[in-house]
Ligand binder design. Structure first.
Ligand SMILES: Nc1ncnc2c1ncn2[C@@H]1O[C@H](COP(=O)(O)OP(=O)(O)O)[C@@H](O)[C@H]1O
Ligand SMILES: [Mg+2]
Length: 270
């Protein structure tokens, strides 16, 4: 059996969806994927659209059941979703009738480890961490999309997860807001030291954020390459990192790998 001495172990996971109607073939989406992650590490799943990234992330989060293999998080087998797996999606489902602070506090609802005043304190803490102190009393339908994603991140962190699972969370934002939030997320993950799996199909975003990039093939998803970004781009990352030679070279290398995989899609694998 595979080794299980990492914070997260994805062990030989495959997924086949059964067809909706008779006569259709089953869809193989993930093919024997194994990966691991340490506490505090930032992983990016990068791969062509439709390859199975979201499905794999949902399996790690316990929202989807693997057809084969298993996921072990902090020594326990993942069998369903719970507050230890904090998920952030592209479109945040916030409550328009609650304020920013109330939305964040909603994240603490299952925290039996905290009393009411501690929940208030934690909510205020994460409000500040995402830089929304001045917007605490705004209703979420009165703030921008970028701010809403910051609320989503704060709410998820307030739940006290072991791991953050983020599925293209900045995908719907304009380029400038996206860059700002990438930078802010790096700061947050440095402070929080949480394990993160961040799904994207954007090469630049992957290289900027990741400690490790897992590049997936076209469907069914297999890991075609794992890149330890810190070995190529050492040191603290900030917006100036994007102007460096090391960043440029790695981005091009990853882009080439991705082009190879996307070509597979065009040749009729999709
Ligand atoms: N519940 C489902 N039933 C059947 N097919 C699905 C289901 N969920 C996803 N798929 C299919 O699995 C493939 C991978 O989807 P997904 O994981 O969302 O890819 P990605 O996130 O990489 O774009 C797609 O072809 C999609 O249509
Ligand atoms: Mg997806």
């Amino acid at each position: 059996m595979a080794v299980r001495d990492h914070f997260l172990n994805v062990v030989g996971v495959s997924k086949t969806f059964e067809p909706d109607s008779a006569g259709q073939p089953p869809i193989r989406v993930i093919d024997h994927v194994s990966m691991d992650l340490e506490a505090g590490e930032f992983a990016v799943y990068l791969g062509p659209s439709g390859c199975g990234k979201t499905t794999l992330m949902r399996i790690v989060g316990g929202l989807e059941i693997a057809s084969e293999g298993e996921v072990i998080l902090a020594g326990e087998r993942v069998v369903g979703p719970d507050r230890r797996k904090g998920m952030v999606f592209q479109a945040y489902t916030s409550f328009p009738w609650l304020t920013v602070l109330e939305n964040i506090r909603f994240g603490t609802r299952y925290r039996g480890d905290l009393d009411a005043s501690e929940k208030d304190e934690i909510s205020r803490h994460y409000l500040g961490l995402v830089g929304l102190d001045d917007f605490a009393d705004f209703y979420v339908n009165r703030i921008s999309g970028g701010m809403r994603q910051r609320v989503a991140i704060a709410r998820t962190l307030a739940a006290g997860p072991d791991i953050l699972l983020m599925d293209e969370p900045f995908g719907a934002l304009d380029a400038q807001t996206r860059e700002f939030l990438q930078h802010q997320l790096l700061e947050i993950s440095r402070i929080e030291r949480k394990a993160v799996i961040f799904v994207t199909h954007d090469v630049e975003e992957a290289v900027f954020l990741a400690d490790r990039i897992f590049i997936f093939s076209a469907r069914p998803a297999r890991i075609v390459e794992e890149i330890r970004v810190g070995e190529v781009i050492p040191g603290k990352r900030d917006l100036a990192t994007k102007e460096t030679r090391a960043f440029f070279d790695l981005r091009n290398r990853v882009r080439d790998l991705m082009r190879g995989e996307s070509a597979g899609v065009e040749q009729g694998m999709e």
